[in-house]
Write a protein that binds this ligand. Structure first.
Ligand code: PHE
Length: 351
């Protein structure tokens, strides 16, 4: 074995294993990337590498030499192994910081475009918030209705113009698209006894000529309040509060006498505020009134009880035009914008 033996070696002479170690360490130091380092690893530590070959040769050593060379071999193996490990770490770290250097972390990030709520939804959220604070619960009913819920139960005569094919979308089976959300008044009273305090936002449908202020589908917020000794003063107080919360404390609110078959007396409400785009103009936003006794009677018939005794219970109902409210609130000139999905329009209500 290279003429070296434990007995004859003098202290300054290098054992070939030590030479092997030094050349391994030099190769490790010279490796400039991970694949070069891998080649070094295979060359020295691989199964047919030079250190393994020394392991094989151990068998042929004498009893005296074995422990000395064995110890040396172990030291060489662990020196080379740890040098390989350290060099690998260094190369990986260098690679990572190189990748980071190519990235300018001071550049602004790419914003996440998560969109925004539709202006009608924003309007709805505000309205619901205000009514919630006054203790109103949410109610709902179907868009496709029967004539009874839309008209008969609401004291609307068979010859009323709203029941005409010209005004209302009828389905072939005789059902219809509800012309107002007042259907939910009936459905709520059918399913629960008084007292009642609900709002019901939703879509309504009419065969209107479409223009800047009319659409075949629009949205309303229905309200119904039934309790003992409810008066017109409660109706006025509730709606004035709502409208001033929505449009600002300086909003003027006007009640005009009107007619609806299902309320008596009935009113239409106009608002005006200099803070709004509409400025000095009165704008109609709501139909309302005290629930007609005939409606209670019809509900009682449907319930087969007398839960809604008109002698005992009184109440008010209202229907707010939600598209109209949003148009006033946001200064939107054309109702058709709500349904056209134009991002130039919708984007103005983001953030
Ligand atoms: N339903 C009526 C409409 O659509 C509004 C209304 C609701 C009037 C409730 C009185 C009471 O015009």
């Amino acid at each position: 074995m290279n003429g070296w033996s434990a007995e004859t070696a003098d202290a300054t002479e290098m054992h070939p294993l030590e030479e092997l170690r030094d050349s391994a360490l030099a190769d490790v130091a010279a490796a400039t990337d991970e694949s070069a380092l891998d080649a070094v690893r295979v060359r020295y530590l691989g199964r047919s590498g030079s250190i393994a070959a020394w392991g094989e040769q151990m068998k042929s050593l004498s009893k005296e030499e074995k422990p000395v060379v064995g110890k040396l071999l172990n030291q060489v193996r662990s020196a080379v192994t740890s040098a390989l490990g350290e060099a690998g770490e260094k190369l990986r770290a260098a690679k990572e910081s190189g990748a980071l250097a190519a990235t300018d972390i001071s550049l602004p990030g790419t914003p996440d475009d998560i969109g925004a709520l539709h202006p009608l939804t924003q309007m709805l959220d505000r309205a619901i918030g205000i009514f919630r604070r006054m203790g109103f619960a949410l109610a709902e009913g179907p868009d496709v209705e029967d004539e009874w819920h839309c008209f008969d139960a609401l004291n609307t005569a068979p010859d009323h113009p709203a029941r005409n094919e010209q005004d209302t979308f009828f389905l072939p089976d005789g059902r219809l698209l509800r012309t107002h959300t007042s259907t939910v008044q009936i459905r709520t009273m059918e399913s629960a006894p008084p007292p009642i305090r609900v709002i019901a936002p939703g879509a309504a449908f009419r065969r209107d000529e479409v223009d800047a202020t009319h659409s075949a589908q629009f949205h309303q917020i229905e309200g119904l309040y039934v309790d003992q000794r409810v008066s017109v003063a409660d109706l006025k107080g509730t709606l004035e509060y709502f409208l001033r919360e929505l449009f600002g404390p300086d909003t003027a609110v006007r009640f005009r006498p009107h007619y609806f078959p299902f309320t008596e007396p009935s009113f239409e409400i106009d608002v005006k505020s200099r803070a709004l785009k509409s400025g000095e103009k009165w704008i109609e936003v709501c139909g309302c009134g005290m629930v007609h006794p005939a409606v209670y009677e019809e509900v009682n018939r449907a319930r087969s009880d007398t839960a809604y005794d008109p002698e005992k219970w009184t109440g008010f109902a209202f229907g707010l035009g939600m598209d109209r409210l949003a148009m006033i609130l946001f200064g939107i000139p054309d109702i058709r914008l709500f349904a056209q999905n134009d991002l130039r329009f919708l984007g103005q209500f983001a953030g």
